[in-house]
Write a protein that binds this ligand. Structure first.
Ligand code: C2R
Length: 341
């Protein structure tokens, strides 16, 4: 028996290929500011590929390398840039691989410019945004996505983050937290329908139940979808929760009122943990981001996700076509505008 095992041993390496992480930066000038990404990944013994790619200066190369991320076997991409930082968003448009957006601190606007140009992505194209210069957290969040279910790496992460480790076998299942006792409206319902249409089970947990995090791990949830009710305790809950779990932590900042809000709250929810934030009230983007995480290990979910993206793109092209036809027929665009949402 032992002899057979020894014969097979050299082939085992070929069977297991470690998940890959890409780090792309808008400029080499960003590197010193985000060097903790690399220190952290090294500390976890995780290899990565580093590329300088700019949505503005090298759009074609940036796009081509985004389009091939999935085929090249990457499970996650950290996109980091400063100022008018379109790199992570444009990358996300071209790949089913989850993109983590890391805003770089800038000289004039302290990185708020970077953060705001990353976070409020349009429905359909999520990025998971971290706090400004939260490089260590970006590396941890990337590892938590790429190595979910890998006991060795997750154990290391738990130790580093001071979180009790519990063995976890991820399933196509997502923990929904912060939705109970609230009427979140139609946008939240749409997000839940998205999960359903992808055959992903959702389990709603009560945030006040002390055992819920353990239960989410035991039941094999692949991500935690947290609705952060900014006007009611949400920020405190978010800070507490994000410190307590090694599950990919996807946050949807929720504002009940439509009044405009100060972007300063982002500093609070994105303080220094591996918290991946969506834009304000972007419930569907939170769901899609969870689906992308699950899609790393589930070809059916990934294929469906790609189909979803194609449909989204086609619906925009259709609208444009209609607009041009109206102009040709009526000599004005106005009619189309009035009938579009
Ligand atoms: P230089 O120092 O090279 O002039 O770059 C970079 O991330 C950097 O922070 C200045 C800043 O420009 C940013 N940059 C972007 C993008 N490309 C470069 N935000 C992009 O594609 O988003």
């Amino acid at each position: 028996m032992l002899r057979y095992l020894l014969v097979l041993l050299p082939f085992c390496n070929h069977l297991y290929s470690a998940p890959k992480i890409e780090v792309r930066v808008g400029s080499d000038s960003d590197l010193p500011r985000i060097q903790e990404v690399f220190v952290m990944l090294d500390q976890l013994d995780i290899d990565y590929e580093l590329r300088i790619l700019s949505a503005h200066r090298t759009p074609h190369e940036m796009m081509a390398k985004a389009q091939s991320l999935a085929q090249e076997g990457f499970s996650v991409c950290i996109g980091s840039a400063g100022g008018s930082a379109h790199l992570p968003g444009m990358t996300a448009s071209e790949t089913p691989v989850p993109v983590i957006a890391l805003p770089v601190k800038t000289s004039y606007l302290d990185g708020l410019d970077s953060l705001l140009s990353m976070i409020q992505m349009p429905p359909g194209i999520p990025t998971g945004v971290l706090g400004i210069n939260q490089s260590k957290s970006a590396a941890l969040a990337a590892a938590q996505i790429a190595y979910i279910g890998d006991h060795q790496v997750m154990q290391k992460i738990s130790k580093l983050r001071n979180i009790p480790y519990k063995e976890h076998t991820p399933k196509p299942r997502v923990a929904i937290v912060g939705s109970k006792q609230k009427n979140l409206g139609v946008e939240f319902e749409k997000a839940m329908e998205l999960f359903q249409s992808f055959n992903i089970e959702t389990i709603e947990y009560d945030i006040n139940d002390e055992e819920f995090l353990n239960q989410a791990i035991e039941s094999g949830c692949s991500a935690l979808y947290f609705i952060c009710d900014i006007q009611n305790e949400g920020i405190v809950q978010c800070q507490h929760l994000s410190k307590s779990t090694f599950l990919p932590f996807v946050v949807i900042p929720y504002f009940e009122s439509k009044a405009s809000v100060s972007p300063m709250f982002f500093h609070q929810i994105l303080s220094n943990e591996a918290t991946l934030s969506m834009g304000i009230n972007q419930f569907s983007n939170g769901a899609l981001y969870c689906l992308q995480i699950i899609g790393n290990k589930n070809a059916i979910v990934r294929d469906k996700f790609n189909e979803y993206r194609r449909d989204l793109s086609n619906s925009v092209k259709q609208k444009n076509k209609k607009l041009q036809e109206e102009k040709a027929q009526n000599g004005t665009y106005l009619k189309s505008w009035a009938s579009s949402k």
